[in-house]
Design a protein around this ligand. Structure first.
Ligand SMILES: Cc1ncc(COP(=O)(O)O)c(C=O)c1O
Length: 501
């Protein structure tokens, strides 16, 4: 029996099959006549028969009867030469649905990252590929390292982008710096401190965990107490800007305390870099990592890292082999170092073109103006959100301008709000994580997403959805409050410019 006949036999009649699948009876009749159920119904058939007819059976049968042709373009267009006769035999492995070129919708990204990508970065990324040891590419790598040193405000020679997202940069720091048995103080005030702990454990380190209430900053005096109680501590690790809560910690004080007790520091600057000052040399940060997709407005998948000399010496002095081949600092240096370059891994060349352009944009804007832009749009967004009656999770002095966490009003289905923002306004904002799931929304004003039109759209979209859900929100008041905030900031900036002239 084929699947169509089995369906009829299971439910007693074609009419009953049609009723259960919410289809016209003629459709089911057609399945029975043609002897198979089309592949697109596979999941529904499995669900409605509670697995008595599995989706895979429907798919296999349908594929045999009507092989799927995967073509995104006209049938006559041939790109890769004439197809070899008989290649259709591979079809049992082909996807069951017809697949076309992917065109993502145009969204406004106001979540915790990724951010929108500047058109100049997108254009650069789509340039022809070149080899990762091509002399032109090698020259670009040097410029890229120079631009990274600028955004990190450091002269560290070992500053480069690791191939991989921010999590890889995090692992790169821990796997190189933490040897089995090393004591590491891990400051946790949100999700990403928790990930640092996970790294320490996996490296065989001995963690000393300093838990803080989520939404509060890391307390340098608690770090000092922990260092006094654990004088053999090798490393203090902390997140500068905790994306899960929108809370900024005082990096300079934490580092100062760590150094006073002879410990090195690992700082997560994934959300902070480019949005607020990250002064690697001035603060004496020993190891730092970030990510390309937040305030740097680049495509995800690259993690800028920087080690100072103390860290390089510390890693070189290790007696054991680094427990990751890919992330071994010494080996990576053979590709990213200044001397003769040798193959380490195939670098993601086009993503690196993109990062070069993204950093160049910051260089042109200047870091100070880039920080000021993040602050300005944060103030406008915050003024508007507060005018709607929404309150911030974090105390004002610790708020991260580029990561705004606000409490979900009592009784509001926060997921429904985000769904409507996406469906009705093409606007993405972030949800709460861990213990804050369902309790906060996170509005990112990062990188290229940090623009006045995005702030105003966010306010009017969120305001409209909340008002529509019956909350006493006046969208116009929120927008007016944000406009007023912009106006007074522009006025103050103009006066300051006048005074400076
Ligand atoms: C503070 C922080 N650290 C680390 C990460 C991990 O970065 P990625 O998602 O690029 O791996 C994130 C990501 O959002 C982050 O916000």
């Amino acid at each position: 029996m084929n699947c169509a006949e089995r369906l009829v036999s299971l439910f007693g009649s074609q009419a009953e099959v049609a009723r259960r699948l919410k289809l016209d009876r003629a459709v089911v009749n057609n399945w029975v006549k043609s002897g198979y159920v089309p592949a697109r119904w596979a999941m529904e058939v499995e669900a409605v028969t509670e697995g008595q007819i599995e989706a895979v059976e429907v798919l296999n049968e349908a594929n045999l009867r009507r092989p799927v042709r995967v073509k995104s373009r006209g049938e006559d267009e041939i790109f890769h030469g004439i197809s070899i006769a008989g290649s259709e035999n591979m079809n049992p492995y082909a996807p069951s649905k017809r697949i076309r070129s992917f065109h993502p919708p145009q969204r406004t990204l106001m979540g915790p990252g990724p951010t929108e990508i500047h058109p100049r970065v997108l254009t650069t990324m789509s340039q022809p590929a070149i080899g990762y040891l091509d002399p032109v590419f090698v020259e670009m790598m040097e410029e890229l390292k120079g631009l990274l040193r600028y955004v990190y405000q450091t002269k560290n020679p070992l500053t480069f982008p690791v191939s991989g997202p921010g999590s890889v940069g995090m692992e790169y720091c821990f796997v190189n710096m933490v040897a089995p048995g090393d004591k590491v103080i891990v400051c946790i005030n949100g999700v990403f401190g928790g990930r640092m702990l996970e790294n320490v454990v996996r490296c065989g380190g001995v963690p000393v965990v300093l838990e803080h209430e989520w939404g509060t900053p890391v307390d340098p005096s608690r770090v000092e107490d922990a260092l006094k109680a654990n004088p053999d501590t090798k490393i203090v690790a902390f997140v500068h800007a905790e994306t899960s809560t929108g809370c900024l910690s005082d990096a300079k004080s934490i580092i100062e305390v760590a150094h006073r007790h002879g410990a090195l520091t690992i700082m997560d600057a994934v959300t902070s870099l480019g949005g607020v000052p990250v002064l690697v040399d001035e603060w004496g940060v020993d190891a730092v990592y970030s990510a390309s997709q937040k305030c740097l407005s680049c495509t995800p998948g690259l993690s800028p890292v920087s080690f100072n000399e103390a860290v390089v010496d510390h890693v070189k002095a290790r007696k054991d082999k680094i427990h990751s081949w890919f992330m071994d600092m010494n080996l990576l240096h053979s590709y990213w170092g200044a001397g003769t370059r040798t193959y380490h891994h195939t670098a993601p060349t086009n993503s690196l073109f993109a990062l070069h352009e993204a950093l160049l944009l910051i260089r042109e804007e200047t870091l100070e103006d880039c920080w000021a832009r993040h602050h300005r749009h944060h103030v406008a967004l915050k003024t508007g959100l507060e005018a709607m009656g929404l309150s911030f999770l974090v105390e004002e002095q610790y708020q991260i301008p580029q990561m705004n966490a606000v409490r979900v009003p009592e009784g509001v289905d926060e997921a429904e709000v985000r769904r409507r923002l996406l469906n009705e306004f093409n606007l993405e904002i972030g949800a709460g994580l861990g213990p804050l799931a369902g309790k906060i929304w996170r509005f990112g004003t990062m990188g290229y997403s940090c623009r006045p039109e995005n702030v105003m759209l966010s306010l009017s979209a969120v305001g409209s959805v909340l008002a529509d859900m019956g909350l006493p929100v006046h969208v116009g008041d929120a927008e007016a409050a944000a406009h007023d905030a912009y106006a007074s900031m522009h006025k103050a900036a103009a006066q300051q410019k006048k005074r400076a002239a």
